[in-house]
Ligand binder design. Structure first.
Ligand code: NAD
Ligand code: G6P
Ligand code: MN
Length: 440
């Protein structure tokens, strides 16, 4: 089995420890020759890098490991590049949440104006990462899950249309499948899903067991009667529990399919805004929760010389999916995942160049979507609006166009009102001057 050289870009991410643990647990399915962390923030990454040394001494002593801020050293001879950056950090995420909320509009990092703002920050950095990886290494696979994944995927497709080794993905469908399995009392692997949509904007349209029996009807009954919780509810912050609970609300109104949790922002913007608090947004919860936990425990591991007993040294669905996708590519396994990919003729009544999220096989040729057929009128209506928003967002970046930015935000269901869209956009422009191209 050929071993792999993997680079994690955004080595200082809060998600890195879980990913490292997953790489340890899956070392026989996806063996590594070398692992490298790369980040632009040396100090932040060093904390995680030192934790990694302790973890690997315990679980992967044969692994060659380094962390660096030198891109040439990071990418040299790499086979896989995993991308998890956050341009502007949590300070800018806070702006993405607070600015729209101050106008009475949904403030969320990937949906609505927050996602627009984050998208315009992520695009240039992700283009640079792809160019660097193509310059310093011999055509590695690039697995991107940097958010907003929908906008990043569309922008990269625009700049690198012939590059078939850029893979885009999100873990929310698999997180949801994990939760369905727990509710139904079965294994996640025993659910055969059909899924369609755009990233953070989709639905499970069918759920079956391996014998072809329907699981969606019994799941619907359970959700409508008992509510909906994530599989790992005990470890979730309050806002995520609320988000999962909203699936019941969505299914009371639209019971045909099981929605992705992110649809709450588009279907019930008023209810969401009424619940959110400008002074205490999700960023604060992440900084006091996941970020604090990760950095405190990484330092503890170094002091104690062991990762034993630490809760961050645990693989999760998110990390397992990334490693499983990489393994399926490296060893041409053709395993099935829900992935973000160019539509082509997968959804027959939707734009061929849209980046849709759907069931796909993954192997040495990358992502091959399973044909879906037609989406219904309600979904198509929603997706048309959202896709137009995505296209105009990417256009506004490449053309430096204020007009297209305003059109994008006006089309977004979290906004609708053009005057409000302009007011939010103007405040976002002020806050993002260091990051965005000039919009004229
Ligand atoms: P974080 O801020 O803790 O980590 C991001 C790291 O990236 C930081 O250490 C930062 O210094 C580094 N960075 C920023 N710009 C960089 C660049 N140009 N090159 C190299 N490194 C750079 O953020 P986080 O909460 O851990 O999330 C990381 C990313 O992963 C975010 O984009 C998040 O949305 C994404 N994510 C996506 C999914 C998904 O389903 N698609 C799931 C989980 C996380
Ligand atoms: C889900 C989404 C990701 C998002 C993650 C964390 O898994 O699919 O895109 O990055 O949640 O969100 P949080 O608000 O906890 O940072
Ligand atoms: Mn996601």
């Amino acid at each position: 089995m050929k071993k792999n050289i993997v680079v994690i870009v955004g080595g200082g991410s809060t998600w890195t420890p879980g990913l490292l643990k997953s790489l340890c647990q899956k070392k026989y399915e996806f063996p590594l020759e070398e692992l490298r962390l790369y980040d632009i923030d040396a100090e932040r990454q060093a904390v995680i890098g030192e934790f990694a040394k302790v973890l690997f001494a315990e679980e992967y002593p044969e692994l060659k490991f380094m962390y660096t801020t030198d891109k040439e050293r990071a990418y040299r001879d790499a086979d896989f590049v995993f991308c998890q950056i956050r341009t502007g950090g949590f300070d800018m995420r806070m702006m993405d949440e607070q600015i729209p909320l101050a106008h009475g509009v949904v403030g969320q990092e990937t949906c609505g104006p927050g996602g627009f703002a984050y998208g315009l920050r992520s695009i240039p950095d992700m283009i640079e990462i792809v160019r660097d990886a193509r310059t310093y290494a011999d055509d590695p696979w690039i697995l991107n899950y940097t958010n907003p994944a929908a906008i990043v995927a569309l922008a990269l497709e625009r700049v690198f249309p012939k590059d078939k080794k850029i893979i885009n993905m999100c873990d929310q469908p698999v997180n949801l499948l994990q939760s369905f399995a727990k509710i139904l009392g079965i294994q996640r692997e025993d659910i055969v899903p059909e899924y369609v949509g755009l990233n953070h904007f989709g639905w499970f349209t069918k759920l079956k067991d391996r014998d072809g029996n329907d699981l969606l009807a019994p799941l619907r009954e359970k959700i409508l009667n008992e509510g909906f919780l994530p599989a790992d509810a005990a470890e979730r912050d309050a806002s995520w529990l609320h988000t999962y609970a909203m699936v019941q609300t969505i299914m009371r109104d639209f019971p045909d399919y099981v929605p992705n949790t992110y649809l709450q922002y588009y279907l019930y913007p008023e209810q969401v805004v009424a619940r959110l608090d400008t002074d205490h947004t999700r960023t604060e919860e992440v900084k006091n929760g996941r970020e604090k936990r990760v950095f405190t425990q990484c330092r503890q591991a170094v002091q104690r010389g062991t990762t034993r007993g630490l809760t961050i040294a645990r693989s999760e669905a998110h990390a397992d999916m990334i490693v499983d996708v990489a393994s399926s590519i490296a060893y041409d396994k053709g395993e099935t995942f829900i992935m973000i990919t160019r539509n082509n003729d997968t959804v027959t009544n939707f734009h061929e160049n849209a980046m849709v999220e759907t069931v796909a096989h993954v192997g040495r040729n990358g992502v091959t979507a399973v044909p879906f057929g037609q989406i219904d009128v309600f979904m198509k209506g929603l997706m048309e609006g959202q896709y137009a928003y995505e296209c105009l967002t990417v256009d506004s970046y490449f053309e430096g166009s204020y007009k297209k930015a305003l059109q994008a935000l006006t089309l977004n269901r979290t906004l609708v009102d053009a005057k409000k869209a302009r007011a939010v956009l103007d405040d976002l422009i002020d806050a993002n001057q260091r990051y965005w191209p000039e919009l004229t």
